[in-house]
Structure formats: structure tokens, C-alpha cells
Design a protein around this ligand. Structure first.
Ligand SMILES: NC(=O)c1ccc[n+]([C@@H]2O[C@H](COP(=O)([O-])OP(=O)(O)OC[C@H]3O[C@@H](n4cnc5c(N)ncnc54)[C@H](OP(=O)(O)O)[C@@H]3O)[C@@H](O)[C@H]2O)c1
Length: 270
């Protein structure tokens, strides 16, 4: 049994820092001009962590986050970005890629930099050591990984000297609960944050009958049920993407309340 977490602020690894249980992703933004209004609304509603990557729109998404930061102020959002796996083959290429990301973001230091997925040409140990260089050089306050298996995560952690992996960003939704088997219990035990990506299954969660049924029982929407399920788990932060203001408001409505245990269990039948 996974214990329940009623908190809307979640710890970032063991750093002592907290972010909102729901953040926002930035993959595949169609219209940056309109999107800015949605992301500003998100920050206003307390969604204070934004996920991006050098890969998204070839740096365009990072530049967009930079624009957002200029409007809301650096301390208003916690920025996660992800560098391509091949960068981590050497310390030099890792540092160079991070500097370019920071330039696009318009900040001196990221809050969190992740390896987007494990590279298959460098060893996990080498990648982890190059990732750690980013914290050593003051380019990122914290470090983490994405799409790492439990074995890769353990190997990465054991090759770090001074810093620990704060986050593993993985696919996790009410329709895909693979991480609940091993990864989530490990993360809870070890104090690692799970950033749940594609938490709405790009809208597919709207179609599940059980989700709709529970939504009407609570007077909430299926999107809110799908997100509330995830943030009910300790250590889990959901990062849906939304560039429409009304979508952002609906997402924010997943905070401030919790599904009852019997309904969480009913959702396990999906
Ligand atoms: N680490 C990785 O390998 C990895 C992989 C995939 C994604 N990610 C991260 O996770 C983020 C989220 O994942 P995702 O973009 O794949 O999928 P997602 O969040 O499951 O779905 C995004 C889609 O859902 C729509 N949506 C949002 N709110 C809605 C609402 N209230 N009602 C109806 N539809 C709504 C969005 O529409 P609008 O945009 O039109 O509002 C968008 O089309 C990404 O942006 C990215 O930052 C990371």
C-alpha cells in the first residue's frame, strides 16, 4: 500500500525546497504569444514549477520560459530543464550545453537540470559524474534524471560524490501506473521526487468511464481527478502541459482537496 499525501507543496528530493504539487510542461507549445497568458495565470494560481528542455522546439521552449521569468521574476518559479543524453559524454560538452540553455532561459543558474534520458554510448557512472559537474560549477542548484530505470538510478546515485539525484522525471498517469511497482516505493523510501510527465495522456484520461463517474460524484472534472490521483502519492509532482488559460484554471482546480481512499482504490481498477 502506498501512503497518501494531502500536501499541495512537495519536497524536491532532499534539498529542503518545496514546489507546487502541480507544475507545467512546455513541450509542443503551438502559439507562444497566447501561451504566455496561460503560464502567467498558472504562476498567479500558485503553479510555481515549470519543466522545459533544450530539445523542445530546438530551444524555443527555453526561450519562452525565459520570457516568462522576465515577467514574473526569477524567484517566482522553479525551473527544470533537460539536456540531451549525448551532452553527458564529457564534462566539457555537458557544461557547454548547460551554458547555452541558461543563456536561452536568461538566468545565471537553473534550479534543476536533468539528463533527458540515459545515453547508450557513455556509462551511467560517467553521465552521472558529468551531471554533477553542473552543480559543482554553479550552473544548476540541483540535479536529476529522466526516464531512468531503477537500476540506472541506483548506479547514477552511487557514482556521485557530493550531490544526490533529486528527481526522476518519468511517464506516470492514471492510465499508466508502471512506476508504482518499484520506482515510486523506492523514491518514497529514498527521498527522490517523481515528476510525472504526460499525466493527462494528452487528453485520453477524459475518455475513461470510471474517471468520469468519480468526477461527477465530486463535482470535479475528469482532468482534475486524473491529476489529484497522482498528487495524492507522496513525492509525486505532476507536470501537465496546457497553453490555454481555461485548461490552466481547470488544472489548478486539482489542488486544495483530495480523493477519498475508496475512490483512489476504485481508480486502480482502470
Ligand atoms: N522527460 C520526458 O521524456 C518527457 C516526455 C514527455 C513529456 N514531458 C514533459 O511533460 C509535459 C506534459 O506531458 P505532455 O505534454 O506529453 O502531455 P499531457 O500533459 O498529458 O497533455 C497535454 C495536452 O493536454 C491538453 N490539456 C491540458 N489541460 C487540459 C484540460 N484541462 N482539458 C483538456 N485538455 C487539456 C493540452 O492542451 P493545450 O496545450 O491546448 O492547453 C495538451 O494538448 C510536457 O510538456 C513536457 O514538459 C517529458
Amino acid at each position: 500500500m502506498i501512503p497518501l499525501d494531502p500536501s499541495d507543496r512537495k519536497p524536491v528530493g532532499r534539498t529542503g525546497e518545496f514546489v507546487s504539487a502541480i507544475g507545467l510542461g512546455t513541450w509542443a507549445i503551438r502559439d507562444y504569444r497566447k501561451a504566455l497568458q496561460a503560464y502567467l495565470e498558472a504562476v498567479r494560481l500558485g503553479l510555481d514549477n515549470i519543466d522545459t528542455a533544450e530539445m523542445y522546439d530546438n530551444g524555443g521552449a527555453e526561450r519562452f520560459v525565459g520570457e516568462l521569468v522576465r515577467v514574473v521574476g526569477r524567484t517566482s518559479i522553479f525551473i527544470t530543464t533537460k539536456l540531451l543524453p549525448q551532452r553527458f559524454r564529457s564534462r566539457e560538452s555537458t557544461v557547454k550545453a548547460a551554458r547555452l540553455s541558461l543563456e536561452r532561459l536568461g538566468v545565471r543558474e537553473a534550479d534543476l537540470i536533468l539528463i533527458h534520458w540515459p545515453d547508450d554510448l557513455a556509462s551511467i557512472e560517467e553521465q552521472a559524474r558529468n551531471l554533477e559537474a553542473l552543480a559543482e560549477e554553479g550552473l544548476s542548484r540541483y540535479i536529476g534524471v529522466s526516464n531512468f530505470t531503477l537500476e540506472e538510478l541506483e548506479r547514477a546515485r552511487s557514482s556521485l560524490k557530493k550531490h544526490d539525484i533529486a528527481v526522476n522525471q518519468v511517464k506516470y498517469s492514471i492510465l499508466d501506473r508502471t512506476v508504482e511497482k518499484e520506482m515510486l516505493p523506492y523514491a518514497i523510501r529514498e527521498g527522490i521526487t517523481i515528476q510525472a510527465y504526460t499525466p493527462l495522456e494528452r487528453g485520453e484520461v477524459l475518455k475513461a468511464g470510471k474517471v468520469r463517474e468519480i468526477a461527477s460524484k465530486y463535482g470535479k472534472t475528469p482532468i482534475q481527478i486524473a491529476l489529484n490521483y497522482l498528487i495524492s502519492r507522496p513525492r509525486v509532482v505532476a507536470i501537465p502541459k496546457a497553453e490555454k488559460v481555461e485548461h490552466v484554471r481547470e488544472i489548478a482546480g486539482a489542488l486544495g482537496w483530495r480523493l477519498r481512499e475508496e475512490d483512489l482504490e476504485a481508480l486502480l481498477e482502470l
